[in-house]
Design a protein. Structure first.
Length: 214
């Protein structure tokens, strides 16, 4: 069974003053939770594991927007590096879906999936690339839609999975980090569209949640 780098409940991350944070967010960040460099190192290994399992046929990499775009770009860079330096290589094509299921720091009841036709997935090996899986509800909805396109194989990689009481036990095939039940931002994860432009994954101050509330 897939297992990610585990970050325990009592791990509070790092003093933000020891890292570079954009000026416009300095007041909003409580701690740096996962530094950018560590994200990239873990992503490099995920790329290797994925290519070992899936690397014998054309892969369609499906990015779940918006939160997945940084992880998607960096993961594909590592996969490309393996493709250009290894004995074997496979073509990768890309596709995108957009899903919205969060308002403020809570999931909304309504999951909206906006996307392409996705008919190009028929008969292909599909790698779904997601930023974070919390309840698994969104991923289950997406997977049932994708299965209608009759791909040959579907694998899911998520940079983060959150350990919550309400989690119904959905686990993706590949996991970057397993994190406690804390709201995180940065590296394309947002709070009401803010903080995507932050390199590190960080914990917000409570007063920042008020400031950007809608
Ligand atoms: N941060 C940002 N987006 C999210 C989170 C989170 O902690 N959980 C689910 N979507
Ligand atoms: Mg997401």
């Amino acid at each position: 069974m897939a297992c990610g780098l585990q970050i325990k409940d009592e791990d509070s991350g790092y003093n933000k003053n020891l890292f570079c944070i954009p000026k416009h967010y300095e007041e909003d960040i409580e701690r740096v939770f996962i530094p950018h460099g560590l994200i990239l190192d873990r992503t490099e290994r995920l790329a290797r594991d994925i290519m070992q399992d899936m690397g014998s046929h054309h892969i369609v990499a499906l990015c779940v927007l918006k939160g997945g775009y940084k992880f998607f770009a960096d993961l594909l860079d590592h996969i490309k590096a393996l493709n250009q330096n290894g004995d074997k290589s496979v073509p990768i094509t890309v596709d995108f879906v957009r899903i919205k299921s969060y308002c403020n720091d809570s999931p909304t009841q309504k999951i909206s999936i906006v996307g392409e036709e996705l008919s190009a997935l028929n008969g292909k090996n599909v790698l779904v690339v997601e930023d974070i899986i919390e309840t698994g509800r969104t991923m289950k909805a997406l997977l049932s839609k994708l299965k209608d396109k009759e791909p040959k194989m579907i694998r899911v990689v998520s940079l983060l999975i959150k350990m919550t009481n309400q989690s119904p036990g959905y686990r993706p095939d590949y996991i970057g980090f397993e994190i406690p039940d804390k709201f995180v931002v940065g590296y394309a994860l947002d709070y009401n569209e803010y903080f995507r432009d932050l390199n590190h994954i960080c914990i917000l101050k409570e007063k920042a949640k008020e400031k950007y509330k809608i």
